[in-house]
Design a protein around this ligand. Structure first.
Ligand code: EPU
Length: 353
């Protein structure tokens, strides 16, 4: 069954001096020296044959929802627009779907829920594209992409070949994969395959905010579409919509610290929230650290921290890239000074700051 055409071709050559304002959800003004839209694998092959795809020189852009561009970006930006969602295989209980890397992630989630395919409903409303999802192993409300990941196809800029990655090849971890480490700047993800349930869905409702939402709505035994609906409502209440106010979601990752370090902090701050990662390692919500350091709802010029979620940096108007960067670094410094914890950006910083 083909839902959309598999690939659309786009023969535009590399464009010069392209305004990036509309392709980053933070809404910063930036200009790319070189920019190309990629609607098909064959366009990648053509660029490769012309010698345009130099590993360290390329930056792959999906929905632009996880980047902070510097004013001028000298790398070749490839905006991935490979489309198509199709069913590869199905049994009574499972389905394997194949989606183009350029498909909007939330539209894919909605399509799955509508078709009664379960497994990604907790990841509803995450901005960005399908191809970006495995790069940082997107996660929210108790679920992570890796749980439904089947395989992916990616274009190797070193050899010009298309390579298949099985789950174990991706080395998934919290907001992390091999594509952020060893294979950074080498592979361009073109298609993602997910294995989803068609019956006997596993409903993941243990995340506190989800449980509270279900209690408030008197939903005793939530079903897969209830989770989808709840996640949408929670996200809308807590996270700003980039269409209204520029932002890139969580600006920093939640830091993981040692249990020893944690017990020292807990003595000083008994109310500190924490999640056990494994024996000896504890994850602390960066939002709590940032709020405690006094940044929640704060505004400096055009940049601020969102009033309902301290982990989200927002562009109140015409903020420049350098202003946002400086604001973020000031948050980082405050948290370091107060707690001795080093925050690491979750967004990609592209260009020279
Ligand atoms: N908290 C505060 N102040 C705040 C917000 C939260 O103290 O302003 C504390 C509370 O204790 C709360 C805890 O932080 O219980 C966790 O907050 P929340 O549930 O909002 O989640 P998060 O850890 O801040 C992560 C992801 C989000 C994802 C949510 C929901 C990261 C870096 N962020 O945020 O992902 O939507 O969980 O699952 O892991 C993103 O990656 O862009 C993103 C938005």
């Amino acid at each position: 069954m083909v839902i959309k055409p598999k690939e659309s071709d786009n023969r535009t050559e590399i464009l010069k001096d392209v305004d990036l304002s509309a392709v980053n959800t933070l809404g910063v003004r930036a200009v790319a020296d070189r920019f190309a839209k990629i609607g098909s694998v064959s366009k990648l092959e053509r660029l490769y044959q012309k010698g345009e795809l130099q590993e360290k020189d390329v930056f792959v852009l999906g929905g632009g929802s996880n980047v902070l561009f510097a004013e001028r970006v000298s790398r070749l930006l490839l905006k991935i627009e490979i489309e198509g969602i199709e069913i590869e295989e199905e049994t009574d209980n499972h389905v394997i779907i194949r989606a183009g890397a350029g498909e909007n992630w939330h539209q894919l989630v909605s399509w799955c829920v509508k078709n009664n395919f379960g497994g990604i409903e907790n990841l509803a409303l995450i901005p960005g594209t399908t191809g970006a999802a495995p790069v940082q192993n997107i996660g929210a409300y108790g679920a992570e992409l890796e749980e439904v990941f089947y395989k992916l196809e990616a274009f190797d800029m070193r050899t010009g070949e298309l390579k298949k990655f099985e789950k174990e090849d991706c080395e998934f971890a919290y907001r992390d994969s091999v594509f952020k480490r060893r294979y950074k700047n080498r592979f361009i993800i073109t298609h993602l395959y997910l294995k989803l349930t068609k019956a006997e869905h596993t409903v993941e409702c243990s995340y506190r905010a989800l449980r509270e939402h279900m209690d408030a709505k008197n939903i005793g035994n939530p079903e897969m579409p209830d989770i989808y609906q709840a996640v949408i409502e929670i996200r809308k209440s807590k996270l700003p919509d980039p269409a209204d106010i520029g932002n890139a979601g969580s600006f920093f990752k939640n830091p993981v610290i040692s249990a020893g370090r944690f017990s020292m902090l807990e003595k000083k701050y008994p109310e500190i929230p924490a999640y056990r990662v494994d024996t000896g390692r504890i994850k602390i919500p960066a939002a709590w650290l940032i709020e405690k350091a006094g940044w929640k709802g704060k505004r400096v010029g055009n940049v601020g921290t969102y009033k309902n979620q301290a982990l989200v940096i927002v562009n109140h108007g015409d903020a420049e890239a350098a202003e946002i960067y400086e604001y973020a670094m000031n948050i980082k410094k405050s948290v370091k000074d107060l707690f001795g914890i080093e925050l690491v950006p979750e967004v990609n910083l592209v260009g020279e700051f």
